[in-house]
Every structure is written in C-alpha cells, then in structure tokens.
Design a protein around this ligand. Structure first.
Ligand SMILES: *Cc1c(COP(=O)(O)O)cnc(C)c1O
Length: 224
C-alpha cells in the first residue's frame, strides 16, 4: 500500500479508538512535510516537533491549520523561534529556560503556554524535573507574566515491559491533580501529555489527555 494511504488509515483507526476527551498528537520527527500533511488530511490537529529546523520546514508549507507543539529539548538560542512558531512548549524543566521564554514572549505581547516536563523515572541522564521538585518549579514559573503553565508532560523511563510504565504515569497524574488542587493563580492545569506508540493505552487509563504518537502513525522511523 502507498505510504500516505497507510498514514491516513493509521490516523483514522487511532482517532476512532481513542476516547473523545483525549487528543492525538502526531510526533513528527524525521517525517517529511508530505507525510505530516497526509496525517492532517486524516484528522490530526496537533503536530509535535522535536527540532526547530524540521518544524520550520513543515510549518512553512502547512501553516496554522494545526496546533504545533514543541516536544524536544529547547535550547536557549532557539527560544525566539520556538515562541514565534509553537502553540505549546511541552518540555520546560528549568526556571532559567522559562525566564528566557518570558523575556522573549513579553517583547512580542504573547503569553506562551507551556507544560512542565516531569522526569517521572528519576533518570539522571534524561531531561525533565524530578517529581519532588515539580511543585517548587511550578510556583516559581507561575510568577512570570508572559508564560502560562497549562499542565504536565512525561516520557517515563524505557521499559521492555510496557506495563511497568503505569506507575510512572500514575505518579505524574497525582502530581497533576495536586497542583490543580493547590489553585495557584495563573496556573491552569488542563493538559496531561503522556504515552507514545507502545504505551498510549496505559497512559490514557492513567489519565493522559494528550498522547504523542509517532511510529503508530507514520511507521518505523528512518535513520537520520
Ligand atoms: C518520538 C517521540 C514520541 C513518539 O514516539 P513513538 O514511539 O514513535 O510513538 C513521543 N514523544 C516524544 C517526546 C518523542 O520524541
């Protein structure tokens, strides 16, 4: 079957399968603009990008017919481009990067929605804030006028056995609810972004309302 038809079929199957209150984000790293467009034709409304350059290339052609989410690691020197392009940055894990986003956003009169990325597996080599440090970071960032926290994101550790991810998703959901309950002004806990191709079912059972799916939409990744 033609690649684009496969992509369209995959998206339609996923959309039919997911609960109505869960949004399907197409994780687009390494995919061509044509492949992303095929996914959009089949109903994708959120595209997740890990790299600014890839995002710019696709954005030039596709524009604002979809929401663009940044799901990679944001470097300081890319903040300006990220603030211009993205509707949501999902991977904020330090006050200093949030401050830089605040500085750039305030200049152009934008309030940049962000998610805090929790390192739910507490893996030192990975990005994200350790669960015990999430609260403090949320409180600090909530004071920045041109950045708005709208939820949490987590990857979870690599596990051979996918069921083992459940406890990490559960802990992230608990953090999410606790922050929501604490009612910090200007924090609006709406999005919980968890789960990928092999784990979205478990993530949804544990409360995710955005799932980030790449391989299940586009097929195996080509090497870059
Ligand atoms: C690549 C990626 C995904 C999707 O991964 P798949 O296993 O291909 O579904 C989700 N989230 C992030 C942050 C990614 O980099």
């Amino acid at each position: 079957m033609h690649r684009k038809e496969q992509i369209r079929g995959n998206v339609k199957r996923l959309l039919a399968e997911l609960p109505k209150d869960v949004e399907l984000e197409a994780a687009a790293k390494t995919r061509t603009t044509e492949e992303i467009m095929a996914a959009i034709e089949a109903g994708i409304t959120i595209v997740g990008e890990n790299y600014i350059q890839e995002a710019e290339r696709a954005f030039k052609v596709i524009g604002r017919v979809v929401k663009w989410h940044f799901i990679g690691h944001l470097q300081r020197n890319k903040v300006k481009k990220a603030v211009d392009l993205f509707d949501l940055i999902e991977t904020i894990d330090s006050f200093s990067i949030a401050e830089e986003i605040n500085r750039v956003s305030s200049k152009i009169g934008k309030i940049m929605p962000i998610l805090i990325e929790a390192n739910s597996g507490r893996e030192p080599q990975k990005f994200g804030v350790f669960p015990e440090d999430v609260d403090e970071l949320v409180v600090k960032i909530s004071a920045l006028a041109s950045v708005k926290i709208v939820g949490l994101m987590t990857m979870g550790p690599y596990e051979e056995e996918i069921e083992k991810l459940r406890s990490y998703f559960r802990e992230t959901k608990e953090m999410f609810e606790q922050i929501k309950k604490s009612g910090i002004p200007s924090v609006d806990m709406r999005y919980l972004s968890m789960g990928m191709s092999d784990s979205y079912n478990i993530a949804i059972e544990e409360g995710a309302n955005i799932v980030r799916v790449g391989t299940r939409i586009f097929g195996p990744r080509r090497r870059v």
